[in-house]
Design a protein around this ligand. Structure first.
Ligand code: PEP
Length: 249
């Protein structure tokens, strides 16, 4: 039985003042729930997240990581730096990074590897655009994104990661994939991994992300291959995020 994981992606939102209440609300709200919970906060707030969440059942992480270990890479943040702040997770390959910042499949695979080298669990995002869905190439797109990581890092590395299926057309749009649409892609991802290793596929956690909210979380997470959620907008409201975590538990 795969333990469900609900991870919040705060994106570029928050301040020291607003985060304080949000972190406390999440910490208190999910205490004792039988789901794993994490929040991926902007880099400047990692220390605040650690201070607020240490000793709780909420992990924290980052929304990206450099593919480089150290050096002259102005503006970048390494896996070792994230590890210094006690991060458990780093999102890699979020569609906003892929589309706005040029993170290619190869760069995402390098970031995945760099995170793991630093002891951080990568949350690898894959997902198709609306045009790709309409052209019926969803499975090809997510397989290509996954294969880039598999060919660089290998199946054993995938076993130490989390995958998030995030249809780009559902992120921040209020338009959610139906449970059937999401399940179909999750099953395809698991089948692709099973081609390399059935045991890794069976244990792999595949999260759904894309306008998940309290009203649709339970139905999505009841699907056989949906093992939790990667939550954007609803992660900024403690009561909503806690309700999604409760649905996962
Ligand atoms: C995300 O940013 O990963 C995401 C899923 O956002 P939202 O929940 O707002 O669609």
């Amino acid at each position: 039985m795969r333990r469900k994981l609900v991870a919040g992606n705060w994106k570029m939102h928050g301040s020291l003042a607003t985060n304080a209440g949000l972190l406390q609300g999440v910490r208190d709200g999910v205490a004792g729930l039988a789901a794993e919970v994490a929040v991926c906060v902007p880099y400047p707030y990692l220390a605040q997240a650690r201070a607020a969440l240490d000793g709780s059942n909420v992990a924290w992480g980052a929304q990206d990581v450099s593919e480089h270990a150290q050096g002259a890479y102005t503006g970048e943040v390494s896996g070792a730096m994230l590890a210094d702040f006690g991060c458990r997770y780093a999102i890699v390959g979020h569609s906003e990074r892929r589309s706005y910042y040029g993170d290619t499949d190869a760069v995402v695979a390098a970031k995945f590897e760099a995170a793991q080298k630093a002891g951080i669990v990568p949350i690898l995002c894959v997902g198709e655009t609306l045009a790709e869905r309409e052209a019926n190439v969803t499975a090809e797109v997510v397989t290509r994104q996954l294969d880039a990581v598999l060919s660089r890092c290998g199946i054993a590395a995938l076993a130490r990661s989390v995958v998030a299926y995030e249809p780009v057309w559902a992120i921040g749009t209020g338009r959610t994939a139906s449970p059937e649409q999401a399940q179909e892609v999750h099953a395809a991802i698991r089948a692709r991994v099973a081609r390399d290793d059935a045991g890794v596929a069976a244990a792999l956690r595949i999260l759904y992300g894309g306008s998940m909210k309290p009203a649709n979380a339970a139905e999505l997470m009841a699907q056989a291959d949906i093992d939790g959620g990667l939550i954007g907008g609803a992660a900024l409201v403690a009561a909503d995020f806690v309700a999604i975590c409760a649905a996962a538990a």
